[in-house]
Every structure is written in C-alpha cells, then in structure tokens.
Design a protein. Structure first.
Ligand code: ADP
Ligand code: MG
Length: 163
C-alpha cells in the first residue's frame, strides 16, 4: 500500500491511530511528520510511543529545545522536533543519519526541514480540517514501508475505527 488517508475528529483518536502504527512496527523504522504547529504531530507521536510499549510514566513531549528525545520501549524511539533547527549542519551534529539508518524507530516532527527529501520512510502530512478534525495523509516510500502501511491500515480497519 503506497498511500492512505485518515480523518480524525478528536486528539484521542489521533493518539489511537498512532498507537496502531507503533504496534505495526517490526524493526528499524523512519516516520516523517510534516504539518503546521498544532496539527497533531506530537499527539500522533504519543500514540506511536504507546504502541511501542513505552511506559506511560515517560510522557512524550515535543523536544523543541533539545531537538531529540530518546525513549526505551519494544524498540528505542528517537523523537526529533526540527522546529528550531537553524541550519542543516545541526542535524549532522545530532547524528541524525545514524539514527535514521539505525535499529530503532526515528520519528521526526517538521520533517520538511530535512535536506534529504528522498529518505525511505513513512511520510505523514497532517492538516487541519474544521473544528477538531485533522487529516493524516500517509505515503510509503520503499517496499518495507508499503508493508508497514498495509499492516497499520489493517489494524485500524479491524480494531481502531470503532474507538
Ligand atoms: P504539533 O506537534 O503538530 O504542533 P500537537 O500534537 O502538539 O501539535 O497539538 C495538537 C493540538 O490540537 C492539541 O492541543 C490537541 O488537543 C488539538 N487537537 C484537536 N483535535 C485534534 C485531533 N483530531 N488530533 C490531534 N490533535 C487535535
Ligand atoms: Mg509538536
């Protein structure tokens, strides 16, 4: 599956959606989130963390100043927020490439700021709808990501929608 779109109407629904993505992860993964401030990128990442069995005692917050937070779960989660990235060398200094090609799960908020826009990964574009609606457009780049998107969408169709 290359593309898939979901509209959520509550923050909890966006988190639930993220949880299924976290559950669908079976290995090294890159998830690239783009969208305006308040679009729901952190909310979605909180769900991914739950799906990776990261303890709820470790609250997932935007790493706005540190640029990256690390959590331990079923897989390690490296949560980047590039909002305050001033130049791309900073990404190199952070070791972004090592994480992105490493064993854990790398989730990036403001992924539109990554200079290499050809990275393999699951691209997610979040946009506002009316009221509390948010549209999440998924695009898989690479065979592994097409498989991931398929598993994730199946979980949502089977179990998520009803919540
Ligand atoms: P970002 O990380 O993209 O800046 P956040 O996840 O921090 O965004 O914030 C999203 C905000 O939008 C939160 O205040 C949340 O309560 C609100 N919200 C309202 N409806 C939704 C929805 N359907 N999905 C996600 N967040 C929503
Ligand atoms: Mg955020």
């Amino acid at each position: 599956m290359r593309q898939w779109t979901v509209i959520t109407s509550l923050p909890g629904e966006t988190q639930q959606l993220g949880k299924f993505l976290g559950e669908a992860v079976t290995g090294s993964t890159v998830i690239l989130l783009s969208g305006e401030l308040g679009a729901g990128k952190t909310c979605f990442t909180q769900g991914i963390a739950r799906g990776l069995a990261i303890s709820a005692r470790e609250p997932v917050v935007s790493p706005s100043y540190t640029l990256m937070n690390h959590y331990h779960g079923r897989f390690d989660l490296y949560h980047f927020d590039l909002y305050r990235l001033s130049h791309s060398e900073e990404l190199v200094d952070l070791g972004f490439d090592e994480y992105a090609h490493g064993e854990g799960v790398t989730v990036v908020e403001w992924a539109e700021r990554i200079p290499d826009q050809n990275l393999e990964g699951l691209y997610v574009r979040l946009t506002y709808g009316g009221d509390d609606n948010r549209t999440l457009e998924f695009e898989a780049r690479g065979k592994d990501y097409e498989d991931l998107l398929e598993r994730f969408a199946c979980l949502w169709e089977e179990r998520g929608k009803a919540i």
